[in-house]
Design a protein around this ligand. Structure first.
Ligand code: 1PR
Length: 529
């Protein structure tokens, strides 16, 4: 029996699913005594430092956690839980941490880094630990903007380090107390094995950690390959994976059906996808909390798929037919509770940027701000659906233009990218530079950069668009739309600073395997998992 400290933030379902998959029962901490009495305690962490500490304090869990650590009773912390072991964090000034490990948690500040760090990075093991038995140097999944660094006061705790800009602490361990900055429950089979070692290891025996290496090599963050499943109901009412050509998903009047969402997600996980994204493409008109099949898809997928899951479509406030009001945060919460690690906002982000541009003020009430405050920036992706608008001269528009190597139908050499809503059906007076920079300002943590002109064309990613956006934002950018072969992924990683690349059609139609993409990209010298 494993005890889980579920304080109601973020995707704890995945941790629970991973524990169950490994053959253990899970019970929740209900009161402070449970923390001390639990045989093995898992303290998962999602959200901001301040909110987590606040919640622990409100529930009376701070002292029991400190006491458990003093008693050396088996405990595993994940992500923000590792940070909570320290004295405090720049993320929430003035909020004390558990104060077990000396030092403060700081924001990544090295120039040129995409922040948050999102993706698969390596670890350097400094000591032997039974938790890493069977570990073969695989990359593990990280998602965070803040990190703790090693110093002479805390080095006895440091189990592993990882490089992102500089070197940071990616795992700590002393006796039976361990915490990871990475997410074992999202790190595929390697992560599950580490978790299994914790669940199955002997308890109450202080482990003796022995140094294995001080001579560590820098680790590298991999470029991610993401499989995307555009999901909607077909005319028979079944939820299917579909795929459009420039967003048109109908063929001879019928919605294209490329398979069942849960099965396809499982297939891509087995084939080595670094992440899986579901886009509920009619979410803008169907309220997702009434569209239960999508939540069910997420729940079932997260039982077997142990890499990050993103879900988009219909994240906005809504008044149901019974008059009940739901905020975008309510919708997102339901998605997180069903197994999503990140949510993606499309149409609503455009409207929120329009409001911001009109007033120049943050309201604190936009869906981006609300979800980001509660779940952290890293959980908020903005899905952008831009379309090229060609102009003869940059002066012909007030929007940010670029000089294109692919002239328009009348030989125009300039274009700007118009953002659209409702799945590309309606263009708005907002360009992609305005949209992405304002979304970052409002608290978004990642951009999913589609391109209607390239979608489903197999003609390669729009590198000009990706460079334009990468030049103006500091958050990670996922290149999307147009992948037609493995070389296109080499292009996007070698010719732009994209952090990840997403494709749909070529994977669904079995034209190119994910492994083939990775081999080709690795052969070009790009780091992959
Ligand atoms: O506006 O918040 O409800 O979100 C709706 C979401 O659904 C948005 O993320 C929007 O991008 C997506 N969407 C809406 N309509 C469509 C459509 O295709 N008719 N799909 C749609 C967008 C684009 C990509 C696609 C890549 C790769 N699909 O996600 O998977 O272009 O395709 P490829 O590799 O085959 O070229 P809201």
């Amino acid at each position: 029996m494993i005890t889980l400290l579920d304080y109601g933030a973020g995707n704890v379902r995945s941790v629970r699913n991973a524990i169950r998959m490994l053959g253990y029962e899970v019970q929740n901490v209900c009161n402070p005594e449970d923390i001390l009495n639990a045989e093995k305690l898992i303290f998962p962490g999602v959200g901001s430092f301040g909110l987590v500490m606040d919640r622990l304090a409100k529930d009376g869990f701070v002292e029991p956690l400190r006491e458990r650590i003093r008693r050396n009773k088996p405990m595993l912390g994940i992500c923000i839980a590792l940070q909570a072991f320290f004295e405090g964090s720049d993320e929430s000034p003035g909020v004390p941490g558990l104060g077990i490990i000396p030092g403060m948690v700081e924001k990544f500040s090295e120039p040129g880094l995409s922040i948050p760090q999102i993706g698969w990075n390596g670890i350097s093991l400094l000591k032997q630990s039974p938790l890493f038995e069977g570990y073969n140097g695989e990359k593990l999944y990280f998602v965070h903007s803040y990190r703790a660094v090693q110093n002479s006061d805390n080095q006895d705790w440091v189990l592993t380090t990882t490089t992102y800009g500089g070197e940071f602490i990616s795992a700590v361990e002393k006796g039976n107390i361990t915490a990871f900055q990475f997410h074992p429950e999202k790190s595929g089979k390697a992560g599950l094995n580490i978790l299994k070692n914790f669940l199955g290891g002997s308890q109450e025996i202080s482990r003796i950690s022995r140094a294995v290496s001080q001579d560590t090599q820098p680790t590298k963050l991999a470029k991610r390959i993401i499989a995307c499943l555009d999901v909607r109901s077909n005319d028979a009412g079944d939820l299917v994976v579909t795929k459009g050509d420039q967003y048109d998903v109908r063929e001879e009047g019928e919605v294209r059906n490329l398979g069942m969402p849960v099965d396809l997600a499982r297939r891509y996980y087995e084939e080595g996808a670094d992440e899986i994204t579901f886009l509920n493409i009619t979410g803008f008109r169907d309220f997702p909390l009434q569209d239960q099949p999508m939540l069910e898809v997420l729940k079932r997928t997260s039982e077997n798929v142990f890499v990050p899951l993103t879900i988009g479509g219909g994240i906005k406030s809504f008044t149901a037919t019974d008059g009940r009001k739901y905020s975008a945060l309510d919708v997102a919460t339901e998605y997180f509770r069903s197994g999503a690690d990140k949510i993606s906002i499309g149409s609503d982000a455009v409207y929120e940027v329009e409001n911001y541009l009109a007033t120049g003020k943050k309201t604190g009430e936009s869906s981006i701000e609300q979800i980001s405050i509660v779940y952290g920036a890293q959980a908020v992706v903005i899905s952008v659906d831009p379309r090229r608008v060609y102009v003869d001269t940059p002066e012909a528009t007030q929007h940010a233009t670029l000089t294109t190597a692919y002239p328009g139908p009348n030989g125009e050499r300039y274009c700007w990218y118009q953002c659209t809503v409702k799945g590309g059906r309606e263009g708005r007076d907002v360009d992609v530079v305005q949209l992405t920079t304002v979304c970052e300002l409002l608290g978004a943590g990642e951009i999913l950069l589609n391109c209607i002109d390239r979608d489903g064309t197999n003609s390669g990613f729009d590198l000009e668009l990706i460079r334009m956006v990468k030049d103006v934002v500091g958050i990670p950018v996922i290149a999307s739309s147009g992948a037609g072969n493995a070389e296109h992924f080499v292009d996007v990683f070698c010719k732009t600073r994209a952090d990840a690349a997403l494709a749909a059609g070529i994977f669904h139609r079995h034209e190119v395997a994910i492994s083939e993409v990775k081999e080709c990209v690795a052969a070009a010298g790009v780091e992959v998992r």
